[in-house]
Design a protein around this ligand. Structure first.
Ligand code: MN
Length: 237
C-alpha cells in the first residue's frame, strides 16, 4: 500500500530534484486554504465623498483581511473540517463549532460575512439605482414612508452602544423590520435569513472622516446605498 508517509517521502525526494515538482506535490497535499478576502466591487475612492479612500482602504485591506486571517487560523487549529463549509452555514450553526474555536469563529466569521455583505450593498453615488418597486412598497407598508424607514434605521444604528451593526431584515408581522447587533454578530446567528441591508457602525468605519459623529456618517451613507442590490436581496426567497 502506498501510504501518506510514503507519499511525503517521495515528495521530499522529488523536491531535491525539482523545486517545481515539490511545489506541486505540496499544493496537492495541503488542505484547502480556507476563506479569502473578496475583491471590492468598486475602487477604494469610488464611495467618496460619503466614505473616504483611506477609510475604505484600511477597512478592506486591514480590518476585513484580519477577520479572514483569524477565521482561517481558528478553523485550521480547532475545526479544519469547517474550512470547506460556506460561511453562512457555519454562522447559522455556531453551537456545532468546537468550543475552542467558537468565540473566534463568531467574531471573525461574523466579521467576514458582515463585511462581504456590507461591500455588496454599497455603490458609488448615483450608480446604485433607485428605491422602487416591491422593495419600496414593502418599506412603505412596514414604516409608512421612506423617511420614517431611514429614521428608524438611523435610530438603530445610532443607539447601538459601542461597536455593531444595523440591519434591515424580513419581518414577522410586517414585511420588513430594523434590528441591530453587537460586535460582529448578525441575524444569521439567530437562525434568521440573511438581512437585506446592513450598516457597519464600528468606529473604524467612519472615525477618520467623521470623528465621533456617527449620525453624520449614517446620513451621508444613504447616498452610497446600492438599492438594486438591496432589492435583489429582498426578492430572494
Ligand atoms: Mn468594519
Amino acid at each position: 500500500m502506498f501510504t501518506r508517509r510514503d507519499l511525503l517521502r517521495t515528495s521530499v525526494a522529488a523536491a531535491a530534484a525539482s523545486p517545481l515538482l515539490f511545489a506541486t506535490a505540496r499544493a496537492a497535499e495541503e488542505p484547502a486554504a480556507g476563506f479569502t478576502l473578496p475583491k471590492l466591487p468598486y475602487g477604494y475612492k469610488d464611495l467618496e465623498p460619503s466614505i473616504d479612500e483611506e477609510t475604505m482602504t484600511i477597512h478592506h485591506t486591514k480590518h476585513h483581511q484580519a477577520y479572514v486571517t483569524n477565521l482561517n487560523a481558528a478553523l485550521k487549529k480547532d475545526a479544519p473540517e469547517l474550512l470547506k463549509k460556506p460561511i453562512e452555514a457555519i454562522l447559522a450553526d455556531l453551537k456545532n463549532v468546537p468550543m475552542a474555536a467558537r468565540g473566534a469563529v463568531r467574531n471573525n466569521g461574523g466579521g467576514h460575512w458582515n463585511h462581504t455583505f456590507f461591500w455588496s450593498v454599497m455603490a458609488p453615488a448615483g450608480k446604485g439605482g433607485e428605491l422602487k418597486g416591491d422593495l419600496l412598497k414593502a418599506i412603505e407598508e412596514s414604516f409608512k414612508t421612506v423617511e420614517d424607514f431611514k429614521k428608524a434605521f438611523a435610530a438603530a444604528a445610532t443607539s447601538r452602544f459601542g461597536s455593531g451593526w444595523a440591519w434591515l431584515v424580513k419581518g414577522k408581522e410586517k414585511p420588513l423590520a430594523v434590528v441591530s447587533s453587537p460586535n460582529q454578530d448578525n441575524p444569521l446567528m439567530d437562525g434568521a435569513p440573511a438581512p437585506i441591508l446592513g450598516l457597519d457602525v464600528w468606529e473604524h468605519a467612519y472615525y477618520l472622516k467623521y470623528r465621533n459623529l456617527r449620525p453624520k456618517y449614517i446620513e451621508e451613507w444613504w447616498k452610497v446605498v446600492n438599492w438594486d442590490a438591496v432589492a435583489a436581496n429582498f426578492s430572494k426567497k
